[in-house]
Design a protein around this ligand. Structure first.
Ligand SMILES: NC(=O)c1ccc[n+]([C@@H]2O[C@H](COP(=O)([O-])OP(=O)(O)OC[C@H]3O[C@@H](n4cnc5c(N)ncnc54)[C@H](OP(=O)(O)O)[C@@H]3O)[C@@H](O)[C@H]2O)c1
Length: 330
């Protein structure tokens, strides 16, 4: 396993971590037995970074990870997040960066995880009217209290990162990065590198699209995130699927599973990048982890990206309420 540092000073973590949103049912159901098998397999393969959140399965992801860690005594770097809350009754999504909410959300996460602290605590979404300096000060206080090891930000702009980093060292920024979502290449990846911040690439498999496994939007369950995502609606979905078929063909010619190649493509962009693909399957996990062992040169990366036709991808990466709290570059 290729190991990389969290921040320029932090612990070594596996370049491929495990995204645990799927444990909460975002892309289909799973069972407790499957989750335990998946987590044990991840640790056996050398994955030592697990990424979760208080909202994945409304706490279910953290609870199952907590149970696994208690039973296995595995040592991993745990990352969790807070800032999104749901209004009781209506289920409306709100962003809350208040000190009261972040502290109480973290306490509840720690309880579910069965830990006194987590190594990395992210602000999941920024509350746009609240100064980021105030929010980072709240998180710095949690660090002084020993409840978190490092501070992370999710879906922020480069400008917000620079402001935040002036208040307290930021260890990681998490945002979407893959062959079909490349916006962070404009400025964010370089800003992270300059500041010594690790960039954690989420949804590196395009939420399943870049894996070559056939997807049928008609069969997505009611809770599946992709039901409301523009890239999975017609006619965009069919156009995206046809474009991805070229990538799948290239991967086969190169003798690699498409998921392996997609992860390698992300990780080969730079050394300060980690990938956190999500899966419910131990078999898929193996293909994803294999991405950490494939090094692609700059030219090879460019050749892979060049298989996608002009205009790819069709549809924005979020739709409607999915944009709530996501900062686009100023
Ligand atoms: N900060 C944020 O706002 C944010 C947002 C999104 C995600 N994240 C984090 O990033 C993690 C990963 O992102 P993601 O789960 O959205 O998307 P992803 O990793 O791009 O894709 C996950 C999907 O790909 C499928 N898959 C995974 N490996 C596969 C393989 N080898 N072959 C075939 N299918 C495969 C999974 O299905 P199977 O279960 O069937 O394998 C699942 O449907 C999340 O778990 C979460 O921790 C953070």
């Amino acid at each position: 396993m290729d190991m990389r540092r969290l921040g320029s000073w932090g612990p070594l973590v596996s370049s491929v971590g495990l995204g645990a949103m799927s444990i909460g049912g975002t892309y289909g159901p799973t069972t407790e037995a499957e989750v335990m098998r998946l987590l044990a397999h991840a640790v056996a393969l050398g994955v030592n970074h697990i990424d979760t959140s208080d909202i994945y399965g409304m706490g279910q992801s953290e609870e199952l990870i907590g149970r696994f860690l208690r039973e296995s005594r595995a040592r991993v770097l745990l990352a969790t997040k807070a800032a999104i809350r749901y209004v009781p009754g209506t289920g409306e999504r709100r962003i809350d960066n208040s000190a009261a909410h972040l502290k109480s959300a973290l306490e509840k996460s720690l309880k579910r995880l069965g830990r006194d602290n987590v190594e990395l605590f992210y602000l999941n979404r920024r509350e746009i009217d609240r100064p980021i300096e105030e929010v980072v000060e709240t998180m710095a206080q949690l660090k002084r209290e020993g409840k978190i090891g490092a501070i992370g930000l999710s879906e922020v702009s480069p400008e917000t990162l620079r402001r935040a980093n002036r208040v307290h060292r930021i260890a990681a920024v998490q945002s979407e990065y893959s062959l079909w979502t490349r916006g962070v290449e404009d400025e964010m990846l370089a800003t992270c590198r300059d500041l010594g911040v690790t960039f954690v690439a989420f949804s590196p498999l395009g939420r399943g699209m870049l894996t070559g496994s056939p997807l049928d939007p008609q069969s997505f369950g009611r809770a599946d995130f992709r039901r409301a995502n523009p890239r999975f609606q017609e006619p965009e979905f069919s156009r995206n699927r046809d474009a991805v078929a070229r990538f799948v063909e290239l991967a086969r010619k190169l003798g690699r599973p498409p998921a392996t190649l997609a992860i390698a493509w992300v990780l080969s962009a730079d050394r300060h990048i980690l990938a956190i693909p999500g899966t419910r399957s131990a078999e898929h996990l193996e293909e994803n982890v294999a991405g950490s062992r494939v090094h692609l040169t700059r030219d090879e990366r460019a050749e892979i990206a060049a298989v996608f036709p002009e205009g790819f991808p069709w549809g924005e990466r979020y739709g409607g309420a999915q944009w709530l709290g996501v900062e686009r570059p100023a």
